[in-house]
Design a protein around this ligand. Structure first.
Ligand SMILES: [Zn+2]
Length: 262
């Protein structure tokens, strides 16, 4: 059992994968020339991130933002605002490409370039979340070689742990606490229903309460372009308030949670 600070029973982190246009280009490189498709990601930078930052400020929460290097290059002002608000900034690829689609050399180049871009904003980048949460055979050793403190990619636990024979900490996630499976919609998924916030509220509250009961760490993964649609952003704020109302829950960044297991 992890010992949480301040006599807390459990930890919760609010994390945001600021994918903007890159997630669409990652899905299909031809999307780079499709302004309509890309505009779904542009909403993330143009409208959604300011809404998320404002509600985090109101709720006095520090969150973790996982940002692809190319998003930071395209929207530097937004990254400056995220950093200025005191949130953690972590690595989410240079492009939004799964490591499983890259050679070892390409993966290493993405790791180095992505971190270089983010550290250009004057922040220390200690965590890595792969685009798609997928690992290649090389990911763990590359993260260790390049001195990353933690990964937030695997689904095999509800508490942070150290990878065998490594100083690298894993901060586990799960699709159930991700907004994308519930809300994601694109033209290739016409038959998929978009969930209501009531359904997602129920799923998330049950999962968080279950993790709290077991003394674990609940890592919520949201995407500004998905969670900060006008009909959902109020729900996100209510959900954060719900977590803050729970007794003995430590709300922290993923980096702070990782430190406890290091
Ligand atoms: Zn992503």
């Amino acid at each position: 059992m992890t010992d949480w600070p301040n006599d807390a029973r459990a930890a919760v982190a609010f994390t945001f994968d600021f994918d903007a246009e890159e997630v669409w280009i990652g899905e299909d490189p031809a999307n780079a020339d499709r302004p309509g498709i890309l505009s779904q990601g542009t909403y993330g930078a143009k409208v959604a991130v300011p809404l998320v930052l404002e509600l985090l400020r109101r709720r006095e929460v520090r969150a973790s933002f996982f940002i692809p290097g190319r998003v930071a290059e395209r929207h530097p002002g937004r990254v400056e605002e995220i950093a200025a608000a005191g949130h953690e900034i972590a690595h989410h690829g240079y492009t939004h490409t799964s490591p499983t689609k890259l050679s070892r050399e390409e993966e290493e180049a993405e790791l180095v370039k992505g971190r270089e871009v983010l550290e250009g904003f004057g922040v220390e980048v200690r965590g890595y979340r792969s685009p798609s949460w997928d690992f290649s055979d090389h990911t763990l050793s590359l993260l260790e070689t390049h001195g990353f403190a933690y990964s937030s990619n695997l689904m095999d636990d509800i508490r942070p742990y150290r990878h065998d024979g490594s100083s690298l900490v894993e901060v586990p996630i799960q699709w159930i606490l991700d907004d994308a499976p519930h809300f994601w919609f694109d033209p290739s998924t016409w038959t998929k229903k978009i969930s209501t916030v009531e359904e997602v509220r129920s799923i998330w509250e049950h999962e968080v309460l279950g993790i709290v009961d077991l003394g674990g760490a609940a890592i919520l993964t949201c995407h500004p372009q998905i969670i900060a649609r006008p009909g959902r952003v109020g729900f996100l704020e209510e959900f954060i308030a719900f977590v803050q109302s729970l007794d003995e829950v430590w709300v922290a960044t993923t980096g702070e949670i990782a430190e406890l297991a290091s």
